[in-house]
Design a protein around this ligand. Structure first.
Ligand code: NAD
Ligand code: UD1
Length: 339
């Protein structure tokens, strides 16, 4: 019995592999290393003292994927593999629809053909769109996404719901992540974005290390306590633990479609994060206020109570720990996995 982790070499995938192995699960990892390094998986082995099979394969390569299912007894899939850059998705929509949606449909076909009908999917708070008011609840109407990346997440949710409707042997757990930051305590694995980061925390850590000169704060005229955008930042190890609980829940019996927010339920502004980072690390962040970033909303945070009630999961790590751990990873690995 094993869990197949697609995209397992990536940021959230590698942390989830550690937590799955620590919880006693056998895992098999598949990744095409488009946005990651196979070295992250060596570090997963180093951190856990456990070994596992790792395949270099694209999830759209049905023959290759079928071979993986034939060579291993896979009971459930945690599906992280996908492209995730919002700006890039606006420039290359076809690549995003092909990789994220095409890849997921092909993965599900291979799963079905091999009798594995349990999937945990990486969705995003982005599916709540622009119009719902925080705290966001799973019962709110999803949709109204504002970019191709977000639309792939929304469409994949619908596809998995339809698959479960058509065949009651299928179980799909849709996990809507809020803003994952932080890194494993050891500083051995963490987020390693290609090029200039789009997201706040990797930008801050690269300013802190001197790789980038100055953080641009996108707007201070929002209707929020200090005028800067408010988000629900969640430690990646808490998020990884949410996947362990979700896969345990799915393997314990018939579930159909289940949707959970994975967030802390607390909102922090951009200035809160800058101040929190400076306090936790003692490193000053050079920043300037600039115009709003198109497509951003003022406030986005979760109501995480359903995951607590049903999965017995809640986030435990606070902002200080998220900042300390992000910084440990960045300062010990200024060039990511090449160090
Ligand atoms: P990541 O880029 O670090 O990890 C994704 C992994 O999938 C990478 O290792 C990449 O090489 C691999 N991959 C991509 N396309 C593939 C394909 N066709 N075949 C095989 N492997 C492929 O990203 P992450 O931050 O770890 O995110 C994991 C998942 O969570 C993604 O689906 C992402 O959209 C979703 N998500 C991330 C965030 C976030 O802020 N990080 C928020 C919400 C949802
Ligand atoms: C972004 C994506 C979202 C995705 C999420 C998690 C956009 C529009 N949305 O959300 O689809 O699910 O990441 O990966 O890209 N900020 C700055 N300066 C920066 C970077 C960010 O001020 O250099 C601010 C933003 O305006 C926002 C907050 O920091 O208020 C968080 O931004 P970011 O980390 O990019 O995440 P989201 O915008 O929430």
């Amino acid at each position: 019995m094993a869990i197949l982790v697609t995209g397992g070499a990536g940021f959230i995938g590698s942390h989830t592999c550690v937590e799955l192995l620590n919880a006693g699960y056998d895992i098999v990892v598949v990744d095409n290393y488009y946005n990651s390094s196979p070295k992250s998986l060596d570090r997963v082995r180093e951190l856990t003292g456990k070994d596992f099979k790792q395949y270099e394969c694209d999830i759209r390569d049905s023959e290759g994927m079928d071979k993986i299912f034939k060579e291993n007894k896979i009971d459930a899939v945690i599906h992280f593999a996908g492209l995730k850059a919002v700006g890039e998705s606006c420039r290359k929509p076809m690549e995003y629809y092909d990789n994220n949606i095409g890849g997921t449909v092909k993965l599900c076909q291979v799963m079905r053909d091999n009798g594995c009908k349990n999937i945990v999917f990486s969705s995003s708070a982005t599916v709540y769109g622009m119009n719902n008011v925080s705290p966001l609840k799973e019962t709110m109407k999803a949709g109204g996404t504002t970019n191709p990346y977000g639309t792939t997440k929304y469409m994949i949710e619908i596809i998995l719901e339809d698959i479960c409707k058509a065949d009651e042997e299928w179980n799909a757990t849709l996990l809507r992540y809020f803003n994952p930051i932080g890194a494993h305590k050891s500083g051995r694995i963490g987020e390693n974005p290609n090029g200039i980061p789009n997201n706040l925390m990797p930008y801050i850590t690269q300013v802190a290390i001197g790789r980038l000169p100055c953080l641009s704060v996108f707007g201070n005229d929002y209707d929020t306590p200090d005028g800067t955008g408010v988000r629900d930042y969640i430690h990646v190890v808490d998020l990884a633990d949410g996947h362990v609980k979700a896969v345990k829940n799915i393997l314990e019996g018939k579930k159909g479609v289940q949707i959970f927010n994975l967030g802390t339920g607390k909102g922090y502004s951009v200035l809160d994060i800058i101040n929190g980072f400076e306090k936790a690390t003692g490193v000053k962040i050079n920043y300037k206020i600039v115009d709003r970033r198109p497509g951003d909303i003022a406030t986005c945070y979760s109501d995480p109570s359903k995951a607590k009630e049903v999965l017995g999961w809640e986030a435990k790590r606070d902002i200080e720990e998220m900042c300390e751990d992000s910084w440990r990873w960045q300062s010990q690995n200024p060039n990511g996995f090449e160090d």
